[in-house]
Design a protein around this ligand. Structure first.
Ligand SMILES: [Zn+2]
Length: 58
């Protein structure tokens, strides 16, 4: 199964620091997890911490 693809303008993720869903991920960057799956890493628009989610940037 292919990973989800995200539009750069509309990436949101779960913020583990605030325990809130749908936080905007600022400055998203494509990364790879240890298991080889693509993920998107960036900064939470709300609290400024680094958060990430599984998926691929377009
Ligand atoms: Zn946050």
């Amino acid at each position: 199964m292919d990973a989800e693809e995200f539009d750069v303008a509309a990436i949101t993720g779960y913020c583990v620091y605030e325990k809130k869903k749908n936080r905007e991920i600022k400055n998203p960057k494509q990364i790879k997890l240890k298991n080889g799956r693509p993920a998107v890493k960036g900064t939470c628009a709300s609290c400024g911490k680094t958060i990430f989610r599984i998926g691929k940037l377009k």
